[in-house]
Design a protein around this ligand. Structure first.
Ligand code: ADP
Ligand code: ADP
Length: 216
């Protein structure tokens, strides 16, 4: 049966960064709802056009659209041994839908690492984030700079700053997180799935803590 790990935490805390490390180590699929929306945006699909209007405002894309997209993604064969969900679920309705869809595959959410940091740290991390155009590799101008400015170390593609990483939109995204996603902390804690990880330290230290907690 496939393993399902849900990475929970505010925007900019390091979910994507940690998900990529974990995916490399475990060979589980890294499923990032934000990356799938951005891929659709790049390819100008209908889904991309719908998502853009919400993403630009820092709001969540409606549940029905998001749930359908994730259901479709986790049905792919590369998700057979395990999945690291990054950025989904983000609302109680999405968490309920996830539970239902996993039970169809005879699976369930195995663990929910909840990565935390103060708002100042989130703002500093998002403010310096650079993302890779081709595959969403993640850099930070100060904390994990690329070898060559503006170029992805892994695939050589262009690095860009996300439109929704502007200061005004970030404030809105943090507000939306506190209002709509925070309820999931109690939801997963109640199920005995949640463990809290201090996300304020360097990437490698956060990874160490994450791995130690997952082993337990
Ligand atoms: P971050 O990693 O900074 O939290 P994401 O890449 O996860 O940002 O998300 C970017 C945007 O994509 C969100 O602000 C939201 O508009 C949309 N989005 C991503 N995941 C979801 C989701 N599960 N439900 C609704 N909207 C989502
Ligand atoms: P999220 O997916 O939660 O929005 P990201 O993984 O995209 O977060 O990280 C946000 C920014 O912070 C990126 O620029 C990334 O390089 C940087 N970052 C991630 N983890 C750390 C860390 N532990 N220390 C310093 N910077 C980090």
């Amino acid at each position: 049966m496939a393993t399902f790990i849900v990475l929970l935490g505010p925007p900019g805390v390091g979910k994507g960064t940690q998900a990529k490390v974990l995916a490399d180590m475990t060979k589980f699929a890294h499923v990032s709802s934000g990356d799938i929306f951005r891929e659709n945006l790049k390819n100008q699909t209908e889904l991309g056009k719908v998502a853009k209007s919400y993403m630009d405002k820092g709001e969540l894309v409606p549940d029905d659209v998001t749930i359908r997209m994730i259901r479709d993604r986790i049905s792919h064969p590369d998700c057979g041994s395990g999945v690291i969900l990054d950025g989904f679920p983000r609302t109680p309705a999405q968490a309920d839908a996830l539970e239902k869809m996993l039970s169809e595959f005879n699976g369930h959410v195995d663990a929910v690492p909840y990565i935390t940091a103060t708002e100042d740290i989130l703002i500093e991390r998002i403010g310096g984030r650079w993302s890779c155009r081709a595959q969403g590799h993640i850099y930070h101008q100060k904390f994990s700079p690329p070898k060559q400015a503006g170029v992805c170390d892994v695939d050589g593609s262009e690095l860009f700053q996300r439109d929704d990483d502007k200061v005004e939109t970030v404030a809105k995204r943090i507000h939306v997180y506190l209002e709509q996603t925070i309820p999931l902390v109690d939801y997963y804690r109640g199920k005995g799935k949640l463990f809290e990880i201090d996300g304020t330290q360097a990437v490698e230290q956060v990874t160490e803590k994450l791995l130690a907690a997952l082993k337990r």
